[in-house]
Structure formats: structure tokens, C-alpha cells
Design a protein around this ligand. Structure first.
Ligand code: RB5
Length: 142
């Protein structure tokens, strides 16, 4: 499984932390930037990452901004993307199990690193349950 990861200027160190965790857990990571703390606009990076995730069905994405709100708003404008803003392990787990989310969004100014790691691990361990949830995803996509 490949993970695309991107942020805005608010989440540069946070992005590096999450990318390291993903690599330690055996995932391929493609960092879509940015690579400096110069101010950027989160919709640009959300669009870039979502396009990559949609092109590669074996991939998922992680988006980060200060609160996670801007990135989740932007990502969910892209058809086929189901981006879940998660601030705790339970919602991260359910985002995969019930919502088949393909992009995890986190707020770098909201989460401490310990919580972020538990969010990431809950997301990684959880799988889409299908069944009744699949028909809801189909409605979302239509
Ligand atoms: C940047 O200051 C901040 O607005 C952005 O990272 C994000 O939190 C927006 O939702």
C-alpha cells in the first residue's frame, strides 16, 4: 500500500513525523510537499494529493493542515475522495470501517504526537466492513 502525504505550511514537522511512522510500519510514502514553511494554500495541495490517490487504486492519502478543516473541505470536493478529519482513534477506525475513507486528515495544531500516532495506527489497522455500508458509499458517490 502506497500513501501519498501532503500538508500546508502549518504541518511541515507533523508531516515528517507521520511519514516516518508510515515508513517504520512498512508503507511506501510519496511526499507531495511542500518542503518549506513558506505560506501555501491548502486547496492546492489537497487537489494534488486527491488526483494522485484517484489515479492509483492501491493508494490512500494523508492530508494535514493547522486544524485539518481546510484540507478536509477541499478534499471532499473531489469526486471519489472520502476524506475523514480524525482527532481520535475511534473516529479514525470508523472512518475506514464504515465510511471507506480513502484520505485521512489531521490537524497539526490540534493533535499531540502521541494522539496522532494512535489515530494513524487505528486507521491503518481498520478495514472497510462493506455490507450495508457499501450501499451508503454508493449513494455518496452518485
Ligand atoms: C493556516 O494558517 C491554516 O488556516 C490552515 O492550516 C488550516 O488550518 C485551514 O483550515
Amino acid at each position: 500500500m502506497k500513501y501519498y502525504i501532503a500538508t500546508d505550511h502549518a504541518g511541515l514537522e507533523f508531516k515528517a513525523f507521520i511519514a516516518t511512522l508510515l515508513k517504520e510500519r512498512g508503507y511506501e510514502v510519496v511526499d507531495l510537499g511542500p518542503d518549506s514553511t513558506d505560506r501555501v494554500d491548502y486547496p492546492d495541495y489537497a487537489k494534488k494529493l486527491c488526483n494522485e490517490v484517484l489515479k492509483d487504486s492501491e493508494s490512500k492519502g494523508i492530508l494535514i493542515c493547522g486544524t485539518g478543516i481546510g484540507m478536509s473541505l477541499a478534499a471532499n470536493k473531489v469526486k471519489g475522495i472520502r476524506a475523514a478529519l480524525c482527532h481520535d482513534a475511534y473516529t479514525a477506525s470508523m472512518a475506514r470501517a464504515h465510511n471507506d475513507a480513502n484520505v485521512l486528515v489531521m490537524g497539526a495544531r490540534v493533535l499531540g504526537y502521541g494522539t496522532a500516532e494512535s489515530v494513524l495506527d487505528a486507521w491503518l489497522k481498520s478495514e472497510f466492513e462493506g455490507g450495508r455500508h457499501a450501499q451508503r458509499i454508493a449513494k455518496l458517490e452518485s
